[in-house]
Design a protein around this ligand. Structure first.
Ligand SMILES: Cc1cc2nc3c(=O)[nH]c(=O)nc-3n(C[C@H](O)[C@H](O)[C@H](O)COP(=O)(O)OP(=O)(O)OC[C@H]3O[C@@H](n4cnc5c(N)ncnc54)[C@H](O)[C@@H]3O)c2cc1C
Ligand code: FES
Length: 347
């Protein structure tokens, strides 16, 4: 199944801007009937929003009582960023450009599983709908959520999660860990480090075979991976929200050859010029509609299959072992290693 963002932008009307916390807003978007199939989504998927030169990924985060809704929940990060624009300027009736939902982040379909979700800050946005879908779809599953936030007032979606907890009180456990104020107990107070996380998992009676989903900034993901040492990698799924600034692909292996890129069913040929740092730079010059967002190996929007030739792929967080074995690469992290390279962005 293709998980890359389908080429193409769709103007969608904002129907509601709701201020959830002092900083965060929820944007509800109207999907017209003719785009219903294009914007159908699975829990854990994300869209890319285009605003001028900015492209930003946001998880689709429908309210628990309307899982088909297209709602995004986001926080301002810098004054010039999309989050600040959305929380201070966007209003109902405005139009934003979105690419269709994409991405493979999600819970495994394992009946009766214990799903353990670990969220840092706004990393709760894909995990909350994943929890709701698992609890509703599998009466034998258990879900445990550890959500790390600065303060209780800052904990995104806490109200909706509390309602879900009331509905599934026997099968859903939630621990909010607060880094800047006292939480519900000593263990739920302060920054999460690996020993604290291990103790939290003990408290949640997490046993071998549990299925983990982690989402948040790089620090939390590193902490969780350390705490989960020994857990089989196939039982841990992760989504990174912010860049780790790891730099582009290694220079020495790169070549400046011909590239053929298939996108939207049409194939174009181009040359990699000396100023091109990665394959995406060359493709963008000829096919400006090529999907991308973070340009940092995080969001997976620029995923393409290598049909022939080879690339050197720099540090990245979006492709898993299956993608790599299947010949996929990220155009924003790849440099050609052969004189001829053929990429398929539709695969
Ligand atoms: C798959 C995916 C899903 C995402 N889903 C969401 C979501 O549902 N809600 C949401 O609010 N964000 C989400 N993000 C992060 C989002 O795409 C943006 O990176 C973030 O909102 C900052 O964009 P901006 O334009 O507001 O700020 P910018 O002006 O881009 O400023 C970002 C600066 O802060 C750093 N930074 C980027 N993201 C973060 C972050 N989350 N926390 C702290 N520092 C950061 C960057 O390195 C940069 O220096 C997601 C990212 C990915 C890859
Ligand atoms: S643009 Fe985000 S991974 Fe390439």
């Amino acid at each position: 199944m293709s998980t890359s963002t389908t080429a193409g932008w769709h103007p969608l009307e904002v129907t509601r801007v709701e201020h959830l916390t002092a900083e965060a807003v929820a944007l509800s978007l109207h999907v017209p009937p003719e785009l219903a199939a294009t914007f159908a989504h699975r829990p854990g998927q994300h869209v890319v929003v285009r605003h001028g030169e900015l492209r930003r990924s946001y998880s689709v985060c429908p309210p628990p009582d309307d899982p088909a809704a297209l709602r995004l929940v986001l926080k301002p990060v810098t004054p010039g960023g999309f989050g600040t624009y959305a929380s201070s300027e966007l209003a109902a009736g405005d139009v934003v450009e979105l690419s269709p939902p994409a991405g493979k982040f999600g819970l495994p379909e394992l009946r009766g599983a214990h799903h353990v979700l670990i969220a840092g800050g706004c990393g709760i946005t894909p995990l909350a709908p994943m929890a709701a879908a698992a609890l509703r779809g599998d009466p034998d599953c258990r879900v445990s959520l550890v959500h790390s936030a600065r303060t209780a007032a800052d904990a995104l979606l806490a109200d909706e999660i509390a309602l879900l907890k009331d509905e599934f009180v026997q099968r859903f456990d939630v621990l909010h860990v607060l880094s800047r104020e006292r939480g519900g107990s000593e263990l739920c107070t302060g920054r999460i480090d690996p020993p604290k996380l291990r103790r939290l998992l003990e408290l949640l009676d997490v046993r071998p075979g549990a299925q983990f989903a982690l989402c948040g900034p790089p620090g939390l993901l590193d902490t969780a991976r350390e705490a989960l040492e020994g857990v089989p990698p196939e039982d841990v799924r992760t989504e990174l929200f912010a860049s780790t600034a790891t730099g582009p692909a290694p220079e020495p292996e790169s070549r400046g050859g011909r590239i053929s890129a298939t996108l939207g069913g049409r194939t174009s040929s181009m040359t990699m010029l000396p100023q091109d740092r990665v394959v995406l730079d060359a493709v963008l010059r000829h096919r400006p509609e090529v999907p991308y967002s973070c340009r940092d190996g995080v969001c997976g929007s620029c995923r393409a299959k290598v049909l022939s030739g080879e690339v050197a792929l720099g540090p990245q967080h979006a492709l898993d072992a299956d993608d790599l074995a299947g010949g996929y690469t990220l155009a924003c992290r790849a440099r050609p290693r052969t004189d001829e390279l053929a990429l398929d962005f539709d695969a």
